[in-house]
Ligand binder design. Sequence first.
Ligand code: SF4
Ligand code: SF4
Length: 165
Amino acid sequence: MAQYFKDVWLGTATTFHSMWVTLRHFFRPNNGYTLQYPTQKATLPERSRMRLFNKIEDCIGCGQCARVCPTDCIDIQTEKRGKDEPAIFASDGTAIKLRTFVFDIDMTLCCYCALCTFPCPTHCLVMTPEYEYSVYDKRDHIYHYAVDRPMAAKPAAKEPEAPKA
Ligand code: SF4
Ligand code: SF4
């Protein structure tokens, strides 16, 4: 019987205590933890890991990012650039010898570990502080970065016309 009244007392006391804590905060000004989103935005810590971005112009198609990804969310397809094609370079001077015609990142599979960004030799794959990228269609979370096409899909170069006599 004594235990019963002890439990009732404990339950009542803790209820009033938690209500007292709530009441105290009710009349205090904004404590800095509650944000009026979206008019107020959170200041993220340095090196926050959010949306990935690939500066495709600097990507050499080495595939190191895809190999290290634990969730297999990076899909890269490349082919060798022809010897007769003009030499191109990433902004750090690395020669681009492969044509990257598929570079997709499926952000629905990404676990934001950032492992893919570390081995990138040209530092073109980075995690940005961008965290507002919700979409209505899940397919919109697959980012297609490649802008080039495979050689076979390109229209054949026209034969130069013979000069008229
Ligand atoms: S952050 Fe991690 S899971 Fe996401 S693409 Fe990079 S390696 Fe893969
Ligand atoms: S590691 Fe960097 S350069 Fe290599 S394929 Fe990935 S994004 Fe491109």
